[in-house]
Design a protein around this ligand. Structure first.
Ligand code: SF4
Length: 116
């Protein structure tokens, strides 16, 4: 069944039409075609959240994200694992706080430096 969706790759928000053979129309650039095919066949999202930080005198949480997008169907399991993570200072941008999140190849990485 054909699908209508809005491309979220950039702010232009092109209206995409994806047919049964995964042909994409309505996209203004090639990235929209890639997004449209993936969104219909295996939608993925980058997970962003925060984790608890232990040992900091001024920050209780550290912002984190997955280094690659994960299947939407894994987001709930991934958040359970994220909620159990406790980082310890010092935390550097890019530190891997959890590997292979929810059985995927994605790692959870810190996006803020917390030194004390
Ligand atoms: S198709 Fe291209 S131009 Fe249109 S919203 Fe997607 S990324 Fe942006």
């Amino acid at each position: 069944m054909a699908v209508e969706l809005t491309c979220i790759v950039c702010p232009r928000g092109c209206h995409l039409h994806v047919d049964d053979d995964l042909n994409v129309t309505g996209n203004s650039c090639p990235r929209g075609a890639v997004y449209g095919k993936q969104e219909v066949s295996n939608p993925v999202r980058t997970l962003t959240s925060t984790v608890v930080v232990e040992g900091s005198g001024h920050l209780w949480v550290c912002p984190v994200k997955t280094d690659v997008a994960i299947p939407k169907g894994k987001l709930f399991d991934a958040m359970k694992e994220v909620n159990a993570v406790k980082a310890k200072v010092p935390v550097h941008i890019g530190d891997v706080l959890l590997k292979g999140i929810a059985g995927t190849e994605a790692n959870l990485i810190a996006t803020r430096e917390i030194l004390d």
